[in-house]
Design a protein around this ligand. Structure first.
Ligand SMILES: C[S@@+](CC[C@H](N)C(=O)[O-])C[C@H]1O[C@@H](n2cnc3c(N)ncnc32)[C@H](O)[C@@H]1O
Length: 247
């Protein structure tokens, strides 16, 4: 990822971007998806604060940015225009659509989603095996050599503590890295940070976020059992064609 791409990624993420950018940039670099040309990319569950689809405008020729609720169209389109105002030196097609990860149609070279699965499979509704679910998407909705990237909240070491204080009332599901067992590539980051303090506390919150990020950078390599952000990539292998020699 070039510095220009990294800068764009930070803008795409929106809140607590430096923490989330670490594993996202690693998984993007490892899978090489930004180096592929003429591909069709689908972003699922784009939000008003964060939408990763714009990251692909430079290389893909077809990017579909989808949201779950139609009401999200205007805020998402506005955000995209802010992040990536002009096509400039690129030649891409941008589409907006309503889509659900539970009812996916079409075949794509790259599917990407951030902070979507935790809300779709809330702990009070489902103990769905996430790996089986994602492997079905790989089989049905990825082209050969296609890549599915999902970026999700991990279970922090302080999860029990905050649940005592009434956090997580919405039963958001947090994941363990090994739940994405079929992903050949996975990068994790964060010991403390994942949430946005800037949006809650303004400049003071930003300062705290910066401090937490520095701490995470130092400590994450040592204590990495409970990462706060998990970026996983599933890959669909190209179909192998066996030629049978006629005699
Ligand atoms: C926490 S927000 C994340 C938004 C954005 N991706 C981000 O990282 O800021 C969860 C998003 O998932 C979307 N969502 C909920 N159910 C969904 C589904 N079945 N398929 C796709 N997206 C869904 C919601 O509309 C919401 O925008």
């Amino acid at each position: 990822m070039t510095p220009k791409d990294y800068h764009l990624l930070l803008q795409c993420i929106g809140w607590n971007n430096r923490t989330w950018a670490v594993p996202i940039s690693q998984v993007i670099n490892k899978t090489g998806v930004l180096g592929r040309k003429n591909i069709h990319v689908l972003e699922l569950g784009a939000g008003r604060v964060s939408t990763l689809g714009a990251l692909f405008f430079r290389n893909a020729n077809h990017v579909t940015i989808s949201y779950f609720n139609q009401s999200m169209h205007k805020p998402v389109a506005k955000r995209i225009d802010k992040i990536f105002p002009v096509a400039g030196d690129t030649d891409y097609e941008k589409h907006f659509a309503q889509a659900s990860v539970l009812d996916l149609h079409g075949v794509y070279d790259v599917i990407i989603m951030k902070s979507v699965l935790g809300g779709v499979f809330r702990t009070d509704q489902s103990r769905q095996n996430i790996n089986t679910f994602l492997e079905a998407i790989v089989a049905n909705n990825l082209a050969d050599n296609g890549v599915l990237i999902t970026v999700d909240n991990g279970i922090p070491f302080y999860a029990r503590l905050i649940s005592r204080f009434g956090a997580r009332g919405a039963h958001w599901r947090y994941f363990r890295p090994e739940e994405f067992s079929g992903a050949p590539f996975q990068f994790c980051f964060g010991l403390i940070g994942a949430f946005s303090l800037k949006t809650r506390l303004g400049r003071f919150g930003q300062l705290l976020e910066d401090l937490i990020h520095l701490t995470d950078r130092v400590l994450c390599g040592i204590f990495n059992k409970s990462p706060t952000v998990i970026a996983s990539a599933y890959v669909k292998p190209a179909a192998t064609v066996t030629q049978v020699k006629q005699v």
